[in-house]
Design a binder for this molecule. Sequence first.
Ligand code: ADP
Ligand code: ASP
Ligand code: MG
Length: 412
Amino acid sequence: MALIVQKYGGTSVGSVERIKNVARRVAKTRAAGHEVVVVVSAMSGETNRLVALAHDIQEYPDPREMDVVLSTGEQVTIGLLAMALKSIGVDAKAYTGWQVPVKTDSAHTKARIDHIEDTNMRADLDAGRVVIVAGFQGVDEHNDITTLGRGGSDTSAVALAAALKADECQIYTDVDGVYTTDPRVVPEARRLSTISFEEMLELASLGSKVLQIRSVEFAGKYKVRLRVLSSLQEEGEGTLITFEEDHHMMEEAVVAGIAFDKNQARVNVRGVPDKPGIAYQILGAVADANIEVDMIIQNVGAEGTTDFSFTVPRGDYHHTLNILHEVQKNIGATEVDGDDTVCKVSIVGMGMRSHVGIASTMFRTLAEEGINIQMISTSEIKVSVLIDEKYLELATRVLHKAFHLDQEPVKA
Ligand code: ADP
Ligand code: ASP
Ligand code: MG
């Protein structure tokens, strides 16, 4: 007997039929003799609908009340799934985040899980029940409802698996595993039977939404056995996230996958006097507004000046420009401008540590298509470029081909 945490995403619980399908799958795992904790998302589209309702009332919705609203989507699906299980003779109990409780900090709409109390869940498991937990939500020390950021049900599932020391955490979604890139953009994308934790972490942080980044971080910290699978197929091994000790089962490709991120905007501060402290004056003001800066470049400009460019999340673009117009007055920059129609495309692979020429293949491939690179950033296992968003699909497709990601890697 194993303890398995299964998470079903929005599409997988997107209709009553789909919820019944999830119930059948859970019942099957239960019938195989396993204990099951199920985490569900809201029905697909529901969280977006709730966000839109809030924005119809307040331009910047009150964060505490926003979480009261956002958490309702998952409350519906846990209740419906519990009913669906009971109706096929499987005892089950639904828990909201605060009922578990999943304790978080108070950063509304992007809270972090501090710890999870397992007493209630254990009692139900011991009594032979399936435990169903609302994903994406928790409760803070003031008893206020919190949510974990978009896509946060993945993190709920992995955190529950860690807290319960589950044998495996299975993320069921609308694709049958982690692919070399988003199969919606590149139909030739190939499912990976395994991907290393480090690569998955990079892909998630660079925009692949198949797993929320914090769920991957949790899996790494607590060594949770994590697998991505399809809820719509009966069979399939999905993709296993591997750790160092599983290296014998890993694929050998130099580049494992390609991620892209449209949530990007570039801002430029031009004609800045080139002297110590300038980067701090510019970026410090942006950081003070809690805006996350990603790629940064500084170029030598004319006559002792410098041009400074960086990227921010697209939703923070106008706020950032406003801040920079203020900073401009203090530092005497000649111009502030930007572009919010850019995107970031990244190649990721452990093999880059030991292979040279990967970045130049990337740059050549993009050049051959006439795609201009606006910014570059690299780490040991990734290269990212900022390009015009109209080239996102083309760039991803040609890079996928250039690195032969549509083919099984040749074993060394
Ligand atoms: P869920 O609602 O189940 O959480 P998501 O929409 O959040 O599902 O994530 C699954 C989607 O992630 C897929 O439908 C796919 O379009 C997208 N995706 C992006 N990159 C990848 C990738 N490398 N492998 C698989 N899916 C990916
Ligand atoms: N329902 C939430 C969202 O749409 C959480 C999730 O699906 O993981 O972001
Ligand atoms: Mg998701």
